[in-house]
Structure formats: structure tokens, C-alpha cells
Design a protein around this ligand. Structure first.
Ligand code: FAD
Length: 108
């Protein structure tokens, strides 16, 4: 949120390419924005509440995923770290699934 503008998709925050979920985040963000804007346009909430509601929901939905993506991506800027991570995780497929889940949201 900047100058009272609701940012959606990449403009609000980009997930790292490795996580490959940017289109879904853009669509999900649009849905959240819609759900915040409609009550404002119907006069049920004021502008400040609408902005706060959107910011809260955006952070709740995407902040952790984007942060986790950035953390994982850091390993892939270095050949040694990338190989170390892949070799360490390979024997633990459930841990890999868990890691992927940290960057992917639920169907919406
Ligand atoms: C090479 C590449 C591969 C990717 N692969 C995947 C993938 O496999 N899966 C996935 O989920 N995501 C992928 N992504 C990410 C995904 O494309 C983005 O996260 C997603 O498109 C974000 O949607 P958006 O609506 O925020 O932005 P965009 O899709 O970029 O849409 C923004 C639009 O605004 C227009 N625009 C910009 N400035 C102005 C202006 N001043 N006035 C008017 N119009 C303007 C642009 O031309 C553009 O059409 C990839 C991205 C890249 C770059």
C-alpha cells in the first residue's frame, strides 16, 4: 500500500521465480482486493478500513510465502549451497513437500 493505492500482483510483491506461483498470487490478490473494495463502494466500511482490511489480508496470505521463497532462492545463487540443499533434502520427500507448501497457497 502506497499513497492509498492498493497494489496487486507483482506490484505488491514478487515471489521468487523458483517458486513459480506469481500468476496465482496475482489472481488471488485481485480476489482479495475485490472483496475489500465492494463493501467500501456499498458504504459499509470507510476508505481507511478498506485499505487496512486489504493490507491485513494481503500480509496474512502472501507475506510468509514471499519471504520463504526469498530464503530458499538464496541457496540457488551459489553452486555449492544449491548442491548441498538438494543433496540434504533428497532423502526426505515429505520435507520437500512441506517446503513447497510454504510457498504455495490453498486453492481459492
Ligand atoms: C520470464 C517469466 C516467466 C514466468 N513464469 C511464470 C510461471 O511459469 N508461472 C507463474 O505463476 N508465474 C510466472 N511468472 C510470473 C508471472 O508472470 C507474474 O507474477 C504475473 O504475471 C503477475 O501478474 P501482474 O498482473 O501483477 O503483472 P503483469 O502480468 O506483468 O501485468 C502488468 C500489466 O501492466 C502493464 N503496465 C505496466 N505499466 C503500465 C502503465 N504505466 N500503464 C498501463 N499498463 C501498464 C504491463 O504491460 C502488463 O501488461 C513469470 C514471469 C516471468 C518474467
Amino acid at each position: 500500500m502506497e499513497s492509498h493505492v492498493l497494489f496487486i500482483g507483482d506490484a505488491a510483491g514478487m515471489i521468487t521465480p523458483l517458486c513459480g506461483n506469481g500468476m496465482s498470487i496475482a489472481l488471488h490478490g485481485s480476489k482479495i482486493a475485490f472483496e475489500c473494495i465492494v463493501p467500501y463502494l456499498k458504504g459499509k466500511i470507510d476508505r481507511h478500513e478498506m485499505e487496512q482490511y486489504y493490507a491485513d489480508r494481503w500480509h496474512q496470505q502472501f507475506s510468509k510465502r514471499i519471504r520463504t521463497g526469498r530464503f530458499i532462492q538464496r541457496f540457488f545463487g551459489d553452486k555449492f549451497l544449491a548442491n548441498f540443499l538438494i543433496r540434504s533434502l533428497k532423502p526426505f520427500p515429505k520435507l520437500i513437500d512441506w517446503l513447497i507448501r510454504q510457498t504455495h497457497g490453498q486453492p481459492f
